[in-house]
Write a protein that binds this ligand. Sequence first.
Ligand SMILES: Nc1nc2c(ncn2[C@@H]2O[C@H](COP(=O)(O)OP(=O)(O)OP(=O)(O)O)[C@@H](O)[C@H]2O)c(=O)[nH]1
Ligand SMILES: [Mg+2]
Length: 303
Amino acid sequence: MKINFIQPNIIKEGKVLLIGRPNVGKSTFVNTVIGQKVAITSPKPQTTRFPIKAIYKEERGAILFVDTPGLFGKTHDLLSRRINEQTYRVINDEIDVVIYMIDHTRKRDFEEAHVLGIVRKIHKPILLVVNKIDDQEKSFLPQYMFMEEEFKDHYQISSLKSLHIKPVINRLFELLPEKSTKKTPLLSEADEERVYPIVNIDSKTFIAELIREKVFLMMGEEIPYTTTVVVDEIKNRSNDLLYIKARMLTTTDRYKKMLIGAGGRKIKEVGSYARKEIALATGKKVYLDLTIHTDPHWQEIYY
Ligand SMILES: Nc1nc2c(ncn2[C@@H]2O[C@H](COP(=O)(O)OP(=O)(O)OP(=O)(O)O)[C@@H](O)[C@H]2O)c(=O)[nH]1
Ligand SMILES: [Mg+2]
């Protein structure tokens, strides 16, 4: 007689930190894995300004992904310094596994050396993930091959096209610890019940991020770096209408003018794209009351 032993289901739970240069695709990766937008993305570097924590759940367990702002070597201004500090802070948090993300479409440079130096000091399992493998037009992959010697766990993926993501997730579940009832659980009971995956920001911040993303996507070079968005009010009005009051803050009157655009065209465009996305995300009609203000000191308070 053959006896089949039923393997007890081992539930894994842990925290995975994403780290890499700006623009390598960290936020895109997290959005793809989670299956919805949790972090804003753009073709410009330094899009993410503070860590975004989001939960991925399935039958094998739960992963708390920590998307971080890309680390850069030279910090010229207060905002850049504060953004980098945000990343250093979460690196020092308790984490289980690190994903070190590389963009092979860009040359390896001093910034990569800087990130590599930081990664080498993290004594946790590290997955080297080469992203944007769908883009073969210009590749500097040979410049990164030496890393595959150093980090034996390496993968080539496309976050944008959702290619080869599964092997990374499988490996993460192998490496993550068993869910423990003894130590402080990673997810609280409320987290286990939650429908929305983001755990560390509120809806005002998330909506501000969606508007800020449109500034990154629709405004030229320096504007996104001198601008932020603050949501002051979200109100449910009758007929499923969501009223949102938001302010764009920029450092000079010149930038303010550029954000307004000729005949108010730019701000209308930014507002309209943001409104459509917020409506899609909330399933409600949205009235977005968006204004622009000059505040040379916003970088001391906001991100
Ligand atoms: N071709 C291609 N482009 C990608 C891929 N993943 C991300 N991108 C693009 O790369 C750009 C940067 O992506 P983000 O996800 O914002 O990068 P990030 O690492 O979070 O950047 P920071 O927040 O600035 O540190 C965006 O234009 C993405 O669409 C990919 O797999 N293939
Ligand atoms: Mg990002």
